[in-house]
Design a protein around this ligand. Structure first.
Ligand code: FDA
Length: 321
């Protein structure tokens, strides 16, 4: 793992700094750049704005990951279900994401299943669109097996669920294979939790190669016939161009596959892609627990460290005044 990215992951996990930062949430440019600070209602206001101004759909995700406190888990489950209901009430597509460790995975897998079911039931009850979905995020390697089981369990119950797979992981191809014949949604990302060469592809070129190989499978005729929704979640132009060509050249229509990017990252390009006819979605996290999420964005893109420096200075300034 690169030194920069590993330092940022360590900073993301520093509870003391995180607690101090959460008190500054509303006033921090770093937070506002990547997150809708506030409750589910505030997130839906932003989702509506994205739809109205840019024609872009949103995936709402309640912040708060790696949580062991049962009350905090319960709040996340409730606001995630509320977000689904509010999206529907606002006349928007219902798409919600959840981190398994935000909804109880660290307490017990059974609790996490029950909570994911509650969110997925709220999503199912709120949305009539064929791609109304709860998409499970994928976290560090220790969560991969439980998240795959969670996804399979919800699918078996007929709930509208999808999941995220990380192309950098060597195991990704094997994890993807059984999903290609299912009517589900697979969001393919590069992966924000780099490991060593025993577990993942190393370096940009290899990760891109792996990503494109997986994308080819997700865009196969078999996947199309099964009713898979391939979601390509990346800001990498080379990948977006290649998967778009692959999809359109293979007979997939816009709407049958999606491009998804993080809220606040390359918004002008998101708009351009939408104007060119692509289905584009922004992943829009909301809540107050913004620190670990925003810091991972700095880890991915060192230029965001200017925003980080401002946030740290602001914290220092406020703690001395
Ligand atoms: P790459 O990092 O190579 O970036 C390509 C270009 O995009 C860069 O050159 C830069 O210009 C720009 N860019 C990228 N990130 C930026 C940033 N933060 N700020 C400004 N510019 C930036 N990961 C995971 O492990 N589990 C998950 O569940 C998810 N979920 C998820 C959902 C969605 C919708 C997206 C887009 C991403 C994720 N990720 C994720 C994160 C993902 O794994 C990956 O870390 C980031 O998307 C960065 O990788 P890129 O594919 O964008 O390529």
């Amino acid at each position: 793992m690169g030194y920069w990215q590993s330092s940022m992951i360590a900073l993301a996990r520093n509870r003391k700094v995180g607690t101090a930062m959460h008190h500054l949430a509303g006033g921090t440019a770093l937070a506002r750049r990547f997150v809708a600070i506030g409750d589910a209602a505030a997130a839906v206001v932003e989702a509506r704005r994205l739809q109205a101004r840019m024609g872009i759909g949103a995936t709402l995700c309640a912040l708060g990951e790696y949580v062991t406190d049962a009350a905090a888990v319960e709040r996340t489950v409730e606001v995630s279900a509320e977000a689904a209901r509010r999206l529907h009430a606002a006349g928007l597509e219902v798409r919600v994401s959840a981190d398994p460790t935000a909804i109880g995975l660290l307490i017990s897998e059974a609790i996490c299943h029950r909570n994911a079911e509650r969110i997925a039931e709220a999503v199912a009850g709120a949305g009539a669109d064929p791609w109304t979905r709860l998409i499970l995020d994928m976290e560090d390697l220790s969560t991969v097996e439980p998240t795959l089981r969670l996804h399979a369990g919800l699918l078996a119950r007929g709930l509208p669920v999808g999941l995220t797979l990380q192309a950098r992981l060597l195991r990704c191809e094997a994890d993807l294979r059984p999903l290609l014949s299912r009517r589900t949604a697979v969001r393919l990302v590069k992966g924000a939790f780099p490991l060593g060469s025993a577990q993942d592809h190393q370096g940009r070129a290899d990760i891109r190669r792996a990503y494109l190989g997986l994308a080819r499978s997700m865009l196969s005729p078999e996947a199309h016939d099964a009713g898979l929704l391939p979601i390509f979640a990346t800001h990498d132009e080379l990948l977006v161009d290649a998967v778009t060509r692959m999809a359109l050249g293979g007979g997939w229509r816009d709407g049958e596959f999606e491009l998804e990017m993080l809220y606040g990252v390359r918004p002008a390009w998101q708009q351009q892609l939408r104007a060119a006819g692509r289905s584009v979605r922004a992943y829009l996290p909301f809540g107050m627990e913004w620190w670990p999420y925003a810091i991972r964005r700095v880890g991915e893109h060192p230029r965001n460290s200017l925003l980080l420096a401002r946030a740290l200075l602001e914290r220092g300034y406020r703690s001395t005044t």
